[in-house]
Design a protein around this ligand. Structure first.
Ligand code: HH2
Length: 279
């Protein structure tokens, strides 16, 4: 299994939704052959990890039966895992087990509850914070102190995973998962609080609705997902600048360029003797 590249820059996780209904790319890669081809594109663009998901977690998404989710992700994971590190984006234990058997080495868990699977199989685990479930999470999310509450939950789950023997534990604030625009912005602005836990931090802002709202036109209509690249890049860059170790994105090539600039150790910037031969 290829190892994710580290050292030169922060990691870029490329999103591969094998679903008919994901909020941004739903239906684009639903057939296995197209998904596998897309996975190879993400690898060519520089993805360190390809995150394969068979169930949308967007607000209002309908739950997918376990067997159907396995049917969606398995052939894609089997085909891609010899070429790149693969994570599985799931909240279901059986799907995570099947994905790991097929070659996935990271369980990306938006429910922050599957660490026992990661412990059993010696793979990594991402604990993401969410309030509620996709059906209801955007109805009226409330917190007394969103940053503290997200930090406390993630630190507790990450600690439990470590105690259970999981060696690689990422934490993720869960941008858009039971959060208002202000909650999202506060979490991004105070990423230092999550970084200070000592666990590596993953951030997923790519093409999300809050970016569409920030980029609304004069009529107040939010920018659609395929017009959110500038905000997505800015948000990823902002997260990396604050010390996030990985960003989860749809637009891999552009984000890799940002990560090469921001994620580079400062001593490497501006010390090169190479001259540029033009603009
Ligand atoms: N966001 C989505 C899905 N999985 N995993 C992590 N760790 N962090 C995130 O922010 C995150 C995630 C939602 O985005 P997407 O997969 O593009 O959409 P959908 O859930 O509609 O498939």
């Amino acid at each position: 299994m290829p190892e994710a590249r580290t050292g030169e820059r922060a990691l870029v996780m490329g999103i591969l939704n094998v679903t008919p209904d994901s909020f941004s790319d739903g239906g684009s890669w639903f057939e296995p052959e197209r998904a596998i081809r897309r996975g190879h594109e993400l690898i060519a663009q520089g993805a360190d990890i390809v995150d394969v998901g068979g169930e949308s977690s967007r607000p209002g998404a309908v739950e997918v039966p376990v067997d159907e989710e396995i049917r969606r992700v398995l052939p894609v994971i089997e085909a891609l895992s010899p070429h790149v590190r693969v994570s599985v984006d799931t909240v279901k234990e059986r799907v995570a087990e099947a994905a790991v058997a097929a070659g996935a080495t990271l369980v990306n868990d938006v429910s922050a509850s599957l660490w026992p699977v990661a412990a059993r199989h010696g793979v990594g685990w991402v604990a993401m914070h969410r309030q509620g479930t996709p059906t209801t999470m955007q109805d009226d999310p409330r917190y007394d102190d969103v940053v503290r509450e997200v930090r406390d939950l993630l630190a507790a789950r990450a600690g439990a995973a470590r105690d259970a023997g999981v060696c690689e534990v990422w934490i993720d604030p869960g941008i858009g998962f039971g959060k208002t625009l202000d909650h999202n912005l506060e979490l991004l602005a105070r990423l230092d609080v999550l970084i200070a836990t000592g666990h590596p931090v993953l951030v997923g802002t790519s093409r999300k609705a809050f970016l569409g709202r920030l980029a609304a036109g004069p009529d107040g209509v939010p920018a659609p997902p395929d017009h959110r690249l500038p905000g997505s890049l800015a948000a990823a860059t902002y997260a990396l600048q604050q010390g996030a170790g990985m960003v989860r994105v749809h637009d891999v090539a552009a984000t890799v360029q940002a990560a090469l600039l921001v994620g580079r150790p400062r001593r490497d910037v501006g010390t090169s003797a190479e001259t540029e031969d033009g603009w």
